[in-house]
Write a protein that binds this ligand. Structure first.
Ligand code: AIR
Ligand code: ASP
Length: 274
């Protein structure tokens, strides 16, 4: 009798549908909308290193909300709908394309290690890499043929991921430059919504970007945690502070031309890189 009430009349509250390393995802009343909750948990090196970064969830929720709103305003379709609290935002429910897109303006991290080059080396053209999104396998790098042959993405999706990532990079370079930060590299994820539209998903934050102070070269991102550099919380807060301080400033995006858009086809680079 006492429980009858619970099973029949209780409104169905938010249900946890997914928990990742840095975020939880909950249902909402709308089947096409989910609530993302940003945690302070930090992992690195495929979760071999674990810890907590105080208020990381608050900072990343704010940074990501700000940037996704701005990217929407320049015509990039994203999953973002609305920030609803310090740690929570509403996003469109998407099915994630299992490709992590890594964009690199300068060598760092696994790229610098793989090719034996100095961190900070300028990369021209900008390098766009695919990794297969699989925690079990440690997100292994893959090329186009691998992604297509294994049914991970279609050639059309890869083309779209590339073009969108280049525009996002152009925006982020200019946006963070206003905030006195160099965008060294970052990771993007995309998803397909209920209508079949490809949308930028996941987050853009100091967890997913390498950001170096433009003047001193100081690391202002998750490398402070990965490499035990100290001042992790301070760096995250400083990134948010600078982005807020420069919100609304003019963004100096490079002019789009065919050469840039088709940089995927190295022939299009012509003599300059021959
Ligand atoms: N990244 C890759 N997997 C998860 C994340 N966050 C990001 C890193 C870095 C870029 O992708 O934060 O900005 C390249 O990472 P790596 O480890 O290949 O050097
Ligand atoms: N967050 C990922 C992990 O836990 C990758 C990283 O940021 O280093 O491995």
């Amino acid at each position: 009798m006492a429980y009858h009430h619970l099973v029949s009349d209780a409104p169905i509250g938010p249900e946890l549908i997914y928990e990742g390393k840095a975020k939880q995802v909950f249902t909402t009343d709308d089947p096409d909308v989910v609530l993302v909750r940003y945690k302070d948990d930090a992992t690195a090196f495929n979760a071999q290193k674990r810890g907590t970064i105080q208020d990381k969830g608050v900072v990343n929720n704010a940074v990501s909300a700000m940037l996704y709103e701005e990217l929407e305003s320049i015509g990039i379709a994203t999953h973002f709908l609305q920030r609803v609290s310090d740690r929570e935002q509403l996003v469109r429910r998407v099915s994630i394309v299992p490709v992590e897109v890594i964009v690199r303006n300068r060598a760092a991290g696994t790229f610098a290690a793989r090719y034996g080059v100095e961190e900070g080396l300028e990369l021209d053209p900008t390098v766009v890499e695919w990794c297969y999104k699989s925690d079990a396998l440690g997100d292994p790098p893959m090329n186009d043929a691998t992604a297509v042959a294994l049914g991970i993405a279609t050639p059309e999706q890869l083309e779209a991921l590339f073009d969108l990532s280049i525009v996002v990079n152009d925006y982020l370079l200019a946006r963070f430059a206003n905030a006195g930060l160099d965008v060294i590299d970052f990771k993007l994820e995309f998803g397909v919504d209920a209508a079949g539209e490809l949308r930028l998903a996941d987050e853009i934050s100091p967890d997913t970007c390498r950001l170096w102070d433009s003047g001193s070269g100081e690391r202002m991102d998750k490398d402070r945690f990965r490499r035990d550099l100290g001042g992790v919380e301070e760096a995250y807060h400083e990134v948010l502070r600078r982005l807020r301080e420069t919100e609304g400033e003019a963004i100096d995006m490079p002019a789009r031309d065919d050469e840039r858009e088709h940089v995927r086809d190295l022939d299009a680079l012509g003599g300059e890189h021959a």
